[in-house]
Design a protein around this ligand. Structure first.
Ligand SMILES: Cc1cc2nc3c(=O)[nH]c(=O)nc-3n(C[C@H](O)[C@H](O)[C@H](O)COP(=O)(O)O)c2cc1C
Length: 158
């Protein structure tokens, strides 16, 4: 799939088929993530790949409560060292989500979770922050793409 097409067509998926992803696909998505730009190329990020069902369920039940995440094949915890590298991780996360879409997979950025509980469950250090959780999996239901504000509303040419 062409990159531009993936950018335009991607949308958040909140209904996954309960299936697994091949390791190669997971590595492909992570490779997309680490190729994002970062300040001074510091790459102050790391990624925890949760495929273990019991841990995934615990994460949802205790830290997140967005039940659809349980069906996702993988949950990526996108982590930065603190303070200050959230933007770099956000760029890595977008790369990962677009790469997933290019592979015909769905994903969703998850911000609403309990940071402290999630950190404890995933054994993330005090000097680190989970910027977002990204569930990825096979799409069970493709929603309409949410509308965007028109260019005229958000762009100024000078
Ligand atoms: C910073 C941020 C936080 C978000 N948090 C959540 C979340 O906790 N749960 C969720 O279902 N979607 C979450 N989303 C997804 C947005 O709701 C979604 O991207 C937005 O509605 C636009 O829809 P689209 O991704 O389908 O284009 C988040 C997105 C961003 C960028």
């Amino acid at each position: 799939m062409e990159l531009y097409q993936a950018i335009i067509e991607r949308r958040s998926i909140r209904n996954f088929k309960p299936s697994e992803l091949p390791k190669d696909t997971i590595l492909k998505l992570l490779t997309a993530a680490i190729n994002a730009p970062s300040a001074n190329n510091r790459q102050n990020w790391r990624f925890i790949v949760v495929t273990n069902k019991a841990l995934k369920n615990k994460l949802v039940e205790e830290a997140c409560e967005q039940q659809f995440i349980k069906d996702a094949a993988v949950v990526f915890a996108m982590i930065c060292t603190v303070p200050g590298y959230e933007i770099d991780v956000a760029l890595a996360a977008e790369n990962l989500m677009l790469a997933a879409w290019g592979e015909g997979l769905g994903s969703c950025w998850i911000k609403s979770f309990n940071q402290e509980v999630a950190k404890k469950l995933l054994e993330v250090g005090n000097e680190e922050k989970i910027v977002c959780l990204i569930p990825v999996g096979e799409i069970a239901e493709l929603p309409e793409k949410p509308a965007r504000k028109p260019l005229e509303e958000v762009v100024t040419f000078k």
